[in-house]
Write a protein that binds this ligand. Sequence first.
Ligand SMILES: CC(C)(COP(=O)(O)OP(=O)(O)OC[C@H]1O[C@@H](n2cnc3c(N)ncnc32)[C@H](O)[C@@H]1OP(=O)(O)O)[C@@H](O)C(=O)NCCC(=O)NCCS
Length: 291
Amino acid sequence: MLSTQGSKVMVRRASLEDAPVCGRICYDAFFTISERHGFPCDLPGPEVATALMSMKFADPDFYCVVAETEGGIVGSNCLDERAVISGVGPITIDPGAQNLGVGRKLMHAVIDRSRERGAAGVRLVQAAFHNRSLSLYAGLGFDIREPLACMQGRIRNGDTSGCSVRSARRDDLGACNAVSQQVHSFDRGIELAQCIEQGTARVVERGGRITGYASALAFFGHTTAETNADLQALLACVEAFGGPGILVPTRNSALFRWCLANGLRVVQPMTLMTKGLYNDPSGAWLPSVTF
Ligand SMILES: CC(C)(COP(=O)(O)OP(=O)(O)OC[C@H]1O[C@@H](n2cnc3c(N)ncnc32)[C@H](O)[C@@H]1OP(=O)(O)O)[C@@H](O)C(=O)NCCC(=O)NCCS
């Protein structure tokens, strides 16, 4: 059993060498809380968590921090800085050192960083069943914006006539960013460009123009479209969604019912929380697990 009591907790920038320890902590923290509530773990194993940490710790567009005591690393947090809105997560504390103020310190570190960098706002997605994270984030000034349903499965008979979906190309970036500006009033062009290079991004066309895109149809991807019909066409083009599933804003009742009617199943409830700039989106959208 780890403890931070009687031991000073230091927060410092993460380095690539910290990834194996932080990956193990990340997996243990998510596995423990999910199992306690009877939900599947967001990550399949510690090696995937370590790969995720390695990727973020090595990327200059991410600000990643670890919390350390004399006994070693007890937790980490990451801030995605690829847009005017920063995205938090994953934040995880060793199960033996939770509820002792370490998470609060790691949240302050990324909130301070976000402010220093002049970000317009900071956002995150929280597991709705987790009382502690909900309370911690709300206490730090994050507002609850959207209830989400993480959903998995394959769309059965969705009528997507009038829309066609294809892989995104580099020269689609401008049109996709314009859709994002229209719906969210900011774009996620750096992230989208990376997803286009990685081959996960798709666009939907209707009436001869791009009306929506998905950076990836996955837990770690976001989707933005002019209408539900555009977004539904994107959802219908894959066999399954990457990771635990896509995040459907359940206040978009028509979309949520369409997903249910077409065979998707709810995996777990989650919540989008924001601090700073937030405009109610005007269009159809799915956040990633970051925001
Ligand atoms: C969520 C997590 C990062 C928080 O870190 P932590 O070090 O355990 O949390 P802290 O001790 O810093 O803060 C917890 C706060 O919640 C409060 N809290 C805990 N349970 C609460 C409850 N049921 N109701 C109200 N407040 C509660 C504590 O009093 C504390 O508030 P305070 O700072 O005002 O005293 C950590 O518990 C964790 O890793 N959990 C598992 C993985 C996870 O869910 N990560 C977040 C993904 S969104």
